[in-house]
Design a protein around this ligand. Sequence first.
Ligand SMILES: NC(=O)c1ccc[n+]([C@@H]2O[C@H](COP(=O)([O-])OP(=O)(O)OC[C@H]3O[C@@H](n4cnc5c(N)ncnc54)[C@H](OP(=O)(O)O)[C@@H]3O)[C@@H](O)[C@H]2O)c1
Length: 270
Amino acid sequence: MTENSGTRNNGDHTPGTDGEFAGKTVLITGGTSGMGLATARRLLASGAEVVITGRSEERLRRAETALGAGDRVLAVRADSAAPADLARLADRVGERHGRLDGVFANAGVGVFELPAEVTEKSFDHTVDVNFKGVFFTVQHALPLLEAAGGGSVVLNASWTLHRGLPNAPVYAATKAAVHNLARTLGSDFAGRGIRVNSVSPGYIVTEMFEEVITEQSERDAVLAQVPLGRLGEAGDIAETVAFLLSARSSYITGQDFVVDGGVVAVAGGW
Ligand SMILES: NC(=O)c1ccc[n+]([C@@H]2O[C@H](COP(=O)([O-])OP(=O)(O)OC[C@H]3O[C@@H](n4cnc5c(N)ncnc54)[C@H](OP(=O)(O)O)[C@@H]3O)[C@@H](O)[C@H]2O)c1
């Protein structure tokens, strides 16, 4: 199967130049590359101020430069696996902005291991970043969302929560847990005007994807599973996240949005 260019959205020419997010501040964990960086770019184009995180100062500086939005970007080093870092992050955001209108809990690791190869250490690492990190990101952001009088939270899950993924038992399970959090927190926070949803990306070409899919034959095999005939781009997810963070989705909470070109809609989605 050859790749069909179809309608593309790489985040570079997005429809977000309307000021929809003017005066809004959004926290994006894992904003140094991939979907987090594309979402930052998308929201900045619509007037937002963004806070991005990552583990490395060097990658954070590079992302700031790539975004080119000056002091509308605050880049904070914070390891999502460490709740103390997430508490410090919330303090920094509180000092700078005093509020948050949106959160994209996006930071995650893709760990592929045969079930027999999973160690307690690798299990804990995957869970600590992908699940514990998402929970404590939201917990620490809650007072700032309340300070804004309500807001929207989007959790980055995965299409794998709908299927299971060979050789990634812990990864896939963390993503199911992430979506379940959206359901429960969406209900818990509804009375405070805070919506919580998850997004489930399909095969999106990012650093994580390219670390896992290294051979052209693997890429072709993955592409063959996508009814829309192309692999996803980070901008495809950024556009959906922008929708979920915006007032355009004001009656939606506790849901999962699969953005995968149709992969999970058909039998044998992997
Ligand atoms: N790509 C796909 O096909 C796909 C499909 C479904 C779901 N997802 C999910 O999408 C999310 C984003 O991944 P991506 O594909 O955009 O990959 P990516 O380009 O590799 O981005 C991952 C981001 O997460 C950050 N990160 C990783 N571990 C972190 C930690 N412990 N603390 C703070 N930040 C951390 C990275 O920052 P630093 O490295 O700079 O620290 C980077 O900014 C992940 O949750 C992933 O599971 C991806």
